[in-house]
Design a protein around this ligand. Structure first.
Ligand code: 5GP
Ligand code: MN
Length: 324
């Protein structure tokens, strides 16, 4: 494991960089890629930013997003590959995983405990609420100034990965960084509106049908919801409109573990786990080949939904029972 000074020195020495985030990019992945990309461009580096999947529409306002290339790895020359917010190679997406076998220097910046992507330089801090915090500290380490544009990307990374500063990963230092970003001129309230209060009508129709699936276990500590392809198609909603729905299950009084099942395609389901106080949902997701953080994790499972639901809910109930 390296320190931020090692990473800063390696970045200062490089001439061209490819920066990648994870599949199905979220605010932290996108905000961290863009903030680092814009900073390195400002240092005169040749920068390429890329990821396997398209960014959700809510992030259209992010400075530099037009430069984020989607699909297969771009055919460009680079000396250094930087991977952010990606706990396992599979999360890079099939096309990007091959880059790990190349002979360029690789820098891993992450906040997942047990993060396993290989790299010459690795900086993993599970106590960071978002990789955006790590990028913020790295910029400070390099002695550079944060522009309002870079600040917007960092704020987005931090506000989304902390669940709007609601999760217990939010620390006094998180808020101090955010306070500094606001002083630089980052329009926090306007960004919050863009991310959380500009939902299309289809989202609300989807929310209605998703809420009709909300079920809570007899013990009252596990709650789950589901969205099928049919539900999405019926209201003309997109996959990205399911982001955050798991929080409705999490916000039921007394619930410790919330689970959200989303049908990706026939017999293939994406599962999101959230916990409130004690259950380690990283461990829970690992039982099904996924992972994440103690309070937010996920996995994908193939099979029939009834069987998947009963297996996953049973595992969640057991996790809740084990904590007493
Ligand atoms: P979400 O439920 O918002 O999709 O994901 C929450 C967190 O769980 C992510 O930030 C990521 O750390 C982790 N995660 C989600 N899906 C997967 C997955 O399929 N595999 C792994 N290893 N982690 C995941
Ligand atoms: Mn993250």
């Amino acid at each position: 494991m390296n320190n931020l000074a090692d990473i800063a020195a390696a970045l200062k020495d490089t001439r061209s960089v490819l920066i990648c985030g994870h599949v199905m990019p979220d605010g932290d992945s996108l905000g961290s890629v863009l903030a680092l990309g814009l900073i390195l461009e400002g240092m005169g580096k040749k920068v390429t930013m890329a990821g396997a999947d398209p960014p959700p529409e809510i992030y259209d306002f992010l400075p530099g997003l037009a430069k984020y290339q989607v699909g297969l790895p771009p055919d460009v020359e680079f000396d250094t590959l930087v991977i952010v917010d990606c706990s396992v190679p599979e999360r890079l997406g099939p096309g990007f995983q091959g880059l790990l076998a190349g002979d360029r220097d690789i820098i891993i910046l992450d906040h997942h405990a047990g993060s396993s992507c290989p790299g010459k330089y690795r900086y993993i801090d599970p106590s960071a609420a978002a990789v955006g915090e790590i990028i913020y500290d790295l910029i400070m380490e390099m002695g550079l100034k944060i522009s309002p544009e870079v600040g917007m990307c960092l704020y987005t990374a931090i506000v989304t990965d902390t669940g709007s500063f609601q999760y217990d990963s939010t620390t006094p230092d998180t808020l101090r960084r955010v306070a500094n970003l606001m002083e630089i001129g980052v329009p926090a309230a306007q960004i919050n509106v863009r991310i959380y209060e500009e939902k299309p009508q289809a989202f609300f129709q989807l929310l209605c049908s998703a809420l009709s699936t909300l079920t809570t276990s007899r013990c009252g500590k596990v709650s789950w919801m589901m969205v099928t392809r049919e539900m999405l198609e019926n209201v003309g909603a997109k996959d990205e409109h399911t982001e955050g729905l798991v929080n409705y299950a999490r916000s039921v009084r007394g619930v410790e573990v919330a689970i959200f099942f989303r049908e990706i395609e026939k017999s293939n389901y994406k599962i999101s786990f959230r916990s409130k106080d004690v259950v380690d949902v990283d461990k829970l997701a690992r039982q099904f080949g996924g992972g994440g953080h103690q309070r937010a994790s996920g996995c994908t499972i193939e099979g029939e939904i009834d069987k998947i639901t009963s297996q996953v809910v049973a595992a969640a109930k057991l996790a809740v029972r084990n904590i007493g």
